[in-house]
Design a protein around this ligand. Structure first.
Ligand SMILES: [Zn+2]
Length: 148
């Protein structure tokens, strides 16, 4: 029976690629929010001081009233949310979220890209241009008002 089982598993290339596509579709469908997105939201919550609140939504589990912010998941009731907060998955996620935020700057540095910021060769010229721009802008705005 060994040969028969091998055949049913589908070791040929064709069936494997098909299977992969199906799995990829499921992966993207169930993909949770990325860590940096969660960190952005948590930062905003900390800034405003308001806890995350969702309006009642029938499409979400539990009407969207039982939400775990670090995991970005909705739960059906308070009991499941409580058991979830005690779970290993949630604790692991908390650790991930508490890590330092990964930025584009860091990614560029890792890839060997760096952006050098030079001091202006003629600082007095730069300052003069900035002054010019400031004086021109209000004058132009005044001219627009005259036209109206
Ligand atoms: Zn959680």
């Amino acid at each position: 029976m060994g040969i028969g089982q091998k055949k049913s598993k589908g070791t040929s290339k064709g069936s494997k690629t098909k299977n992969k596509q199906y799995k990829r579709a499921l992966d993207t469908k169930r993909r949770p929010m990325d860590i940096d997105q969660v960190q952005d939201i948590l930062e905003k919550v900390a800034e405003t001081g308001k806890p995350l609140k969702f309006a009642y939504d029938d499409d979400l589990p539990g009407g969207g009233q039982f939400y775990c912010a670090p995991c970005a998941r909705h739960f059906t009731d308070q009991g499941t949310l409580d058991t979830h907060t005690k779970s290993k998955l949630h604790k692991r996620r908390l650790k991930d979220v508490a890590q330092k935020k990964y930025t584009q700057k860091e990614a560029d540095a890792g890839a060997g890209k760096s952006k050098e910021v030079y001091a202006p060769a003629h600082p007095e010229l730069v300052a003069a241009r900035a002054m010019e721009a400031e004086t021109i802008a209000p004058a132009a705005a005044a001219a627009d008002e005259d036209d109206l």
